[in-house]
Design a protein around this ligand. Structure first.
Ligand SMILES: NC(=O)c1ccc[n+]([C@@H]2O[C@H](COP(=O)([O-])OP(=O)(O)OC[C@H]3O[C@@H](n4cnc5c(N)ncnc54)[C@H](OP(=O)(O)O)[C@@H]3O)[C@@H](O)[C@H]2O)c1
Length: 320
């Protein structure tokens, strides 16, 4: 089978497509014939080995795990002898977390990991990136911010994968949503359900008079210094993007400043969040936005596009 790998840290060109042995499922594993897989900002950062501190975990001089890709959607081709929840022919989707390997023709995954039956309401292409934007943002909105109906949330980077998911989720949870994006994406963010949209190229947030209960900086471009001027006294500022500044501010103001790496959450808790999302997608209450798709052989081009920082929603690899 074909798989995308990286054997050293570097630019998108270092990605290789190699012929490798098709995996065989262990007792509790499922073999998935992958139809579509995600390419995410986290993948591009792993490939570059940034932030450098992350190399303590990924491998100091070169990646310990050479496989690429986390989110996937496909068809169950074989199951291990102990598998109870899935059968051959099931359409499934999920997330490989740090074990990677979804940018390939096949993968094996334990049935106890992040994998569920794919609702008919979404295609494999729409399902593959759900665990990037939706699962991450749902963790922030539900488990970290505990979003309630009376909350007003400001979402920065509302046009990205995490931001576009957060706008929909916050509306679903009953909150009032203001999204921040570029002028060209205002209509898109409105169609996601945002009550108000701010153009970050024209509005200076320091001059806003409004106070928000929650500020979710989905793209890590806001400073806490700016955010704290427009946050209510018991409000929170949260971001999925780690930086020295955020770590420092969390040290001094752990009640108001929050960061979390969703992949580090206990699998059983992530699984519960994912199950909620599967239900919402099945009910047509959430929609994945696909910006571009690529074939596996063009995955380096997909990484290059992600690195522009301009994608709207998600980028997906489709296996032909
Ligand atoms: N902690 C976790 O568990 C976790 C999990 C997944 C991802 N992440 C991180 O989350 C971040 C977001 O990823 P993503 O895929 O959603 O988005 P992304 O690809 O990083 O961002 C793309 C979007 O951000 C917008 N944007 C760029 N600069 C902006 C600014 N100054 N203000 C507002 N919007 C701006 C762009 O729109 P314009 O071109 O119109 O400006 C574009 O639509 C990444 O850094 C990723 O590594 C963290």
């Amino acid at each position: 089978m074909k798989a995308a790998i990286y054997t050293k840290y570097g630019s998108p060109e270092i990605i290789q497509i190699v012929e490798t042995k098709k995996p065989a499922p262990q007792f509790n594993e499922i073999l998935v014939n992958i139809e579509a897989s995600s390419v995410t900002r986290a993948d591009t950062m792993m490939r570059q080995g940034i932030p450098r501190l992350g190399r303590l975990f990924l491998g100091v001089f070169k990646p310990k795990n050479t496989a690429l890709g986390t989110g996937f959607s496909g068809i169950v081709e074989a199951v291990g002898s102990d598998v109870k929840k899935f059968s051959i022919g099931d359409a499934v989707f999920g997330e490989k977390l740090f074990s990677n390997g979804s940018n390939a023709d096949y993968l094996c995954i334990s049935e106890d990991m992040i994998i569920e039956l794919k609702p008919d309401a979404i295609s494999h292409t729409q399902a593959a990136p759900v665990c990037d934007g939706f699962l991450t943002s749902y963790n922030f909105l539900k488990d970290i911010a505990n979003i309630q109906q009376e909350h007003h949330i400001l979402i920065n980077g509302a046009s990205g994968s995490l931001g576009s998911a957060a706008v929909q989720l916050a509306k679903l949870m009953g909150a009032k949503v203001t999204g921040i994006c570029n002028a060209k994406n205002i209509d898109f963010v409105k169609t996601l359900g945002a009550d108000d949209v701010i153009d970050y190229t024209k509005v200076n947030l320091n001059e806003l008079s409004c106070k928000y209960d929650v500020i979710y900086d989905a793209v890590g471009k806001l400073s806490y210094q700016t955010a704290k001027k427009i946050i209510s006294s018991d409000g929170i500022f949260m971001t999925p993007v780690l930086s020295i500044q955020i770590l420092w501010q969390m040290l001094w103001n752990s009640k108001q400043v929050k960061f979390a790496a969703t992949g580090m959450k206990k699998t059983k808790d992530l699984k519960q969040l994912f199950k909620d999302l599967v239900y919402f997608f099945g009910q047509n209450k959430l929609h994945t936005t696909i910006d571009r798709t690529y074939g596996l052989s063009d995955i380096a081009k997909a990484h290059q596009y992600l690195e522009t920082g301009r994608k709207v929603g998600n980028v997906v690899i489709i296996n032909l």
